[in-house]
Write a protein that binds this ligand. Structure first.
Ligand SMILES: C[S@@+](CC[C@H](N)C(=O)[O-])C[C@H]1O[C@@H](n2cnc3c(N)ncnc32)[C@H](O)[C@@H]1O
Length: 309
């Protein structure tokens, strides 16, 4: 499957590869605007814009410097690409781990978006991690230098071209972002998995309680706002989260993503399965498979994915 949308922010948990399958449930032109309140790298927004599924987009996240990367991509893409290049080139001078640690310490004081972009590109698994005091504390990946500045510039400029003049960036909690949603909007939500925002190494700045999520979904149902939610999943024997309650009247689809890279490294045969839930108004008319193999997903088969177990 060829994937054409740009993707400037390397981000663990990005839905880049799943985007064609997730968006296959949406007919072009059905919705005016896409709202992505847990945007991260905004993979779904980028894919929806490149497929011309919607006319405008809202990119929102609680992590302020991340939303500032998005503001820079929209408003001063060359400035962001220049700043990234300058930080990236400094790695060649002296010890690159020392340089990473210095950029990280400076980022924790100033919250500069170009520094965050470099840290994300260069850190282990492109994964944000925060200490209890809120500092970025992920280590550098010693085997890689992070996305080359020439590639980064091309990705930034392509994202800018795709999203400029039709995108709004919001920094804030998802519930606040959703207050502006109406029935012409499609909402795509990818909240942190239960359990990935607590404990010693917090993957995201803040978690979302299951009860809060259920209350928000019930409210969206009441307001006739359609949404797709990525929620829970499993890798090998490990389950992430309970299925959502039946009263929400959602349609659950399991996307079999393939073997996780961590499992492959460890010589295990674990298959990663991701769940998505479609809101009541997106429930397909025709009988739709419950379990979809992503590797056999064909973008030509546009409205609904195909192969089933
Ligand atoms: C699983 S990641 C989303 C990844 C995204 N789908 C992508 O393709 O890159 C979850 C995101 O939610 C953000 N987040 C955590 N709690 C939030 C909240 N209460 N409101 C809004 N965003 C939040 C995190 O900063 C993180 O970027």
């Amino acid at each position: 499957m060829r994937y054409e949308a740009p993707h400037p922010i390397p981000y663990q948990g990005s839905k880049r590869l799943l985007a064609p399958a997730i968006l296959s449930f949406i007919a072009p032109g059905r919705f005016e605007r896409l709202i992505e309140p847990f945007a991260g790298s905004a993979a779904i927004t980028l894919a929806a814009a490149s497929k011309k599924l919607v006319n405008s987009c809202v990119i929102a996240d609680l992590l302020k410097p991340l939303t500032e990367i998005w503001n820079a991509i929209l408003q001063k893409p060359d400035g962001l690409a220049d700043a990234y290049e300058e930080i990236w080139q400094q790695q060649a001078i002296g010890d690159s781990t020392d340089w990473f640690n210095r950029v990280r310490a400076e980022f924790n004081k100033q919250h500069d978006p170009a520094k965050l972009l470099f840290l994300l590109a260069r850190c282990v698994k492109n994964a944000v991690r925060f200490s209890n005091s809120g500092d970025f504390n992920q280590s550098p990946d010693k085997r890689r230098r992070g996305m080359h500045p020439v590639t980064m510039r091309a990705e930034i400029l392509a994202a800018h071209k795709l999203l400029r003049n039709r995108s709004e960036v919001i920094c804030g909690d998802f519930r606040r972002v959703l207050t502006s949603a109406t029935s012409v909007d499609l909402v795509y939500m990818d909240p942190p998995y239960q359990g990935t925002s607590e404990g010693r190494d917090r993957r995201y700045i803040k978690g979302v309680q299951r009860s809060e999520m259920i209350a928000v979904l019930a409210d969206l149902n009441k307001r006739s706002i359609e949404y797709i939610l990525s929620y829970d999943g499993r890798c090998g024997g490990k389950e992430y989260g309970e299925p959502l309650p039946a009263h929400l009247n959602l349609h659950r689809v399991l996307l079999e993503v393939g073997r996780s890279s961590q499992a492959t490294l460890n010589g295990r045969d674990d298959v990663t399965v991701e769940s998505i839930y479609l809101s009541p108004g997106l429930r397909p008319q025709s009988k739709m498979p419950f379990h979809v193999h992503l590797r056999s997903f064909s973008p030509q088969n546009s409205l609904f994915p195909i192969s089933q177990q």
